[in-house]
Design a protein around this ligand. Structure first.
Ligand code: MG
Length: 257
């Protein structure tokens, strides 16, 4: 069942998304060589709790952390821990916030220090593919139009578009209908209507699109062990242009310091 949100509900998701976006800024402040991924997780949980909210991922289907932290060839659902960030790593930070009954979801892939030109381009293209998908997420479009835009752009660089994991509706539940694949055919799938809130989240691999799951039951890795990138926004469908409820502005502010 697809839930279309009222303006009151969207306002609560907007507030949830603001806390989440600021949390991403706080995490960005800490990302550098020598820092453990557990440190980032701890800071995120503290910041989210201090703002009267709850990390959506913690205890979700038994996931024990507030963040999914996915380094290099890990695509998504990586677990924070003792891993120490190195110069040249790429690290996807995925977080969710639950506030006043509503979830928001947002991910960003950071470069730690200097990364190769090849990997820097993967990050740039993956972020751009997200915005190309969002451009199609308007009243009257279909889910397939969003996926097509992402896939076409990413594949034009020879990248692998992960298919097993997809974006999703979001609201009272972290994952709602419909699924939002990062691939698709134009003109196919659900027709988008005003008030539908979606988490759009391309997961793009430098090499093969194929993935494997680690024995921990969570960590998803590229099959060829090449790096992967992941960017995500929570958006609400509107006429002509989606409203992007999460923002990377707080991350950009840190990066431009
Ligand atoms: Mg998501």
């Amino acid at each position: 069942m697809v839930f279309y949100k009222t303006e009151e509900e969207i306002e609560l998701i907007r507030q949830s998304a603001l806390i989440l976006s600021k949390a991403h800024g706080e995490i960005a402040l800490l990302i550098k060589e020598g820092v453990s991924t557990a440190t980032l997780d701890k800071r995120a949980e503290e910041f989210i709790n201090d703002n009267g909210a709850v990390p959506s991922f913690k205890n979700y289907n038994g996931f024990p952390y507030s963040l999914c932290i996915s380094v290099n060839s890990t695509v998504v659902h990586g677990m924070p821990g003792n891993y120490i960030l190195n110069d040249g790593d790429v690290i996807s930070v995925d977080a969710g916030v639950y506030y006043k009954g509503f979830h928001s979801d947002c991910a960003y892939t950071h470069a730690v220090g200097e990364v190769s030109e090849e990997v820097a381009q993967l990050l740039t293209v993956t972020k751009e593919s997200l915005y190309r998908g969002i451009d199609k997420a308007v009243v009257g479009s279909r889910i397939g139009d969003v996926g097509f835009a992402i896939q076409q752009y990413a594949e034009s660089f020879g990248y692998g578009v992960v298919r097993e994991l997809v974006g999703h509706g979001i609201g009272k539940s972290l994952h709602e209908s419909p699924e939002v694949p990062n691939y698709g055919k134009r003109g196919q799938g659900l027709r988008l209507q005003d008030g539908l809130v979606l988490a759009i989240e391309p997961m793009i691999n430098l090499g093969t699109r194929y993935i494997v799951q680690e024995d921990d039951g969570w960590t998803i890795r590229t099959r060829d062990n090449k790096p992967s990138a992941h960017f995500e926004h929570t958006v609400v469908i509107r006429k002509d242009k989606a409203e992007v409820l999460t923002t990377f502005d707080y991350i950009d502010k840190v990066k431009n310091q």
